[in-house]
Design a protein. Structure first.
Length: 383
């Protein structure tokens, strides 16, 4: 099949870029031809090595806007989406493509279909929604229900928990895919081997886009107050997209530079650099405390699974994963005492849990493999 990936969110890197890479590379492995359809001004953060066709309309960015500017931005976004949809529908009607995938969408993408000829697309259109929180759920379900008779429109929710409803037969649910190393030579660590060495020297990693909601400074205070039986090092990597975030992160780096056992890297990492950085640590720490992580799958957690790295995570972060797979520990979200306690236990018992970690990470990586994900997308297209 000729499968169009319609990408309109412009970002220099990050998990959105890697998610498109999963779709592109894994569907290609299954024998499909991938063509990117993007707005006229779209700039790629990564070269996927695929044909690119440009369509009418402008891209969506993460630039901040407030007040009246936010309303104007929202209206422009809807108008551009309508142009994009019309162009995609023309391509489908002309027989240029056999299916369309919208890799990152929301209920707003579905709502916009009501005024678009794309709702009657002659080919399947897969709208991938990366989680639905309780506030969004009624809007999403209403939008999906209004499209129930348009059988080629197939909203697909990525979730680690229960399905939202079994009443709407046009809504599909999938497990998220793990992010795996693609550009480096990589072999999963055997956490059962050299246990004493790991007990004496352990390298932890805190990665991802710097956001205030991740409470980095609180985490650093808890980390520095821990009584570790091992020579522990923590690498803190952060990328920033806005000047105020960059300034805040630099202030934290200045405050904590020179502290024993801390390394900082203020840089966006893409491709090989990102993969090498993840591979260089023994475990990943994710102290993010925000309710949305309970409903929206965590890309960093699924990076840890793909790279076979044990984790320490907050209780709000996709709790179903740790319930099903013994790949680390969790602490009570927002509770610094719990964070410190669980971090000390995680480090102290790291070597003891080695064999179990290796076995369970391999099981999780197989269950959430990109190959399985691509086959599931293929099945939804073929229905």
């Amino acid at each position: 099949m000729k499968i169009a990936i319609y990408e309109n969110i412009m970002t220099p890197g990050g998990h959105e870029v890697d998610f498109d890479r999963i779709l592109s590379e894994e569907l290609t492995k299954l024998g499909h031809e991938i063509i990117f359809y993007v707005p006229e001004n779209f700039r790629f953060g990564f070269d996927y090595g695929k044909e690119v066709r440009r369509i009418k309309g402008e891209s969506t960015t993460y630039d901040k806007a407030r007040g009246f500017g936010k309303l104007v931005r929202s209206i422009k976004r809807e108008l551009n989406r309508a142009k994009n949809y019309a162009a995609l529908n023309d391509a489908a009607k002309a027989g240029e493509i056999d299916a369309i995938i919208v890799p990152t969408s929301t209920y707003r993408y579905l709502r916009a279909l009501k005024r678009s000829p794309l709702k009657n697309s002659p080919v399947p259109v897969i709208f991938i929604i990366h989680g639905v929180n309780p506030t969004e759920a009624p809007k999403f379900l209403a939008a999906a229900k209004s499209l129930a008779n348009h059988t080629n429109i197939r909203p697909t929710v990525l979730t680690t928990g229960a399905d939202l409803t079994d009443e709407l037969k046009n809504v599909y649910y999938l497990k998220p895919p793990a992010y795996v190393p693609r550009d480096i030579d990589f072999a999963p660590q055997d956490f059962g081997a050299n246990s004493q060495e790991k007990q004496d020297k352990l390298r932890l990693g805190f990665f991802g886009q710097f956001r205030r909601e991740k409470h980095l400074e609180d985490f650093l205070e808890a980390y520095l107050s821990c009584d570790f039986p091992a020579n522990v090092t923590l690498l803190v990597q952060g990328s920033t997209m806005h000047a105020e975030d960059a300034a805040a992160f630099e202030a934290i780096i200045k405050k904590y530079s020179g502290q024993k056992g801390l390394e900082f890297l203020h840089k966006g990492l893409i491709g090989r650099e990102w993969q090498e950085a993840i591979a260089s640590v023994d475990a990943l720490i994710m102290p993010y405390s925000a309710p949305r992580y309970r409903y929206h799958w965590s890309a960093m957690l699924f990076t840890a699974i793909g790279f076979h790295k044990p984790v320490l995570i907050s209780s709000e972060m996709n709790p179903e994963v740790l319930e099903a797979y013994n790949i680390g520990r969790s602490f009570m979200s927002g509770d610094l005492t719990s964070l410190k306690h669980e971090l000390e236990l995680f480090v102290a018992e790291f070597a003891k849990g080695g064999e179990a970690y290796s076995r369970e990470l391999a099981r999780a990586a197989a269950d959430f493999s990109p190959e399985k994900f691509a086959k599931s997308i293929e099945e939804i297209i073929s229905k």
